[in-house]
Design a protein around this ligand. Structure first.
Ligand SMILES: [Fe+2]
Ligand SMILES: [Fe+2]
Length: 267
């Protein structure tokens, strides 16, 4: 059995110090094998925010796996946004924008779905391209059958009706088809600052809320998720900030059948 912590949308610049300390204490107690961070490390991609993000990453005791989000691109500095959009990310966070990590228990592949611009006014929207879909497929192909397969992208492949105005990721259908063919078990994301788990075409889409920032939407406290299990059975636990620390709120169980992942109620 593996244990993976999934945190997201830290938004340094809008981070809450007590919540950050609570998160680190919680992670120390959980001792995950890996900490996945699904984008929006900063609020406005400012140097001071990247420095704060780097300090935080250095404090993590476990291996980490991090991809960028739309907020990690400069919003107002046009030259930076278009000429060298990921220079700060590479300087302060990681050389690789699309990491891959494999152990005996799992394989995780990340894609960068933030875009410098698009054919629409809202440039916070994200997109996956064909090279990235192929990249996920290529990486997963080499994994042993019993290896849990995770694809990590900042933007959502599924949204509850109440959040559809946030837009699903571009080229979603083609990506889902490719992911399914590659045997993806879990698609992890953030962006909407909303925590949910949704079975989708035999896979599980799981989003973490904003874990430590004050960019909260009504009714959604700071949160993160803990994934426990293997390629047969998974437990997805949601941890919520309750003023003095993170506490477990819900646990959902899933089992993998011939048709893919389904809710399991007999635990
Ligand atoms: Fe965000
Ligand atoms: Fe975002």
């Amino acid at each position: 059995m593996t244990t993976i912590a999934h945190i997201s949308d830290l938004h340094f610049g809008r981070d809450l110090q007590p919540v950050t300390e609570g998160l680190l204490a919680s992670l120390d107690a959980i001792q995950p094998e890996l900490i996945i961070i699904s984008g929006d490390l900063t609020q406005r991609a400012k140097t001071v925010e990247y420095e704060a993000g780097q300090d935080f990453l250095r404090r993590l005791q476990q291996p980490r796996f991090i991809i960028p989000g739309n907020h990690d691109l400069a919003a107002w500095n046009v030259l930076e946004r278009f000429a060298y959009p990921w220079r700060k990310w590479k300087q302060y966070v990681a050389a690789d924008l699309e990491p891959m990590m494999q152990t005996d228990a799992f394989i995780a592949v990340g894609v960068n779905t933030a875009r410098r611009m698009g054919w629409y006014l809202d440039w916070s929207r994200g997109r996956i391209n064909r090279r990235q879909i192929q990249y996920v497929q290529n990486m997963l192909q080499q994994a042993p059958e019993d290896c849990l397969r995770l694809a990590v992208a900042h933007h959502p492949f599924w949204l509850p009706d109440s959040s559809l105005s946030r837009h699903l990721i571009g080229r979603r259908e083609e990506a889902l088809q490719g992911f399914r063919a590659a045997g993806v078990d879990l698609i992890l994301g953030g962006h909407v600052h909303l925590a949910y788990v949704q079975p989708l075409e035999g896979m599980l889409v799981s989003h973490a809320g904003t874990t430590i920032s004050n960019r909260l939407i009504p009714g959604q406290p700071n949160s993160f998720n803990v994934i426990r299990g293997d390629r047969k059975v998974l437990e997805l636990e949601q941890m919520e900030w309750r003023g003095e620390g993170f506490e477990p709120i819900t646990k959902q169980f899933f089992q993998r059948t011939e048709g893919g992942w389904q809710p399991h109620v007999d635990f």
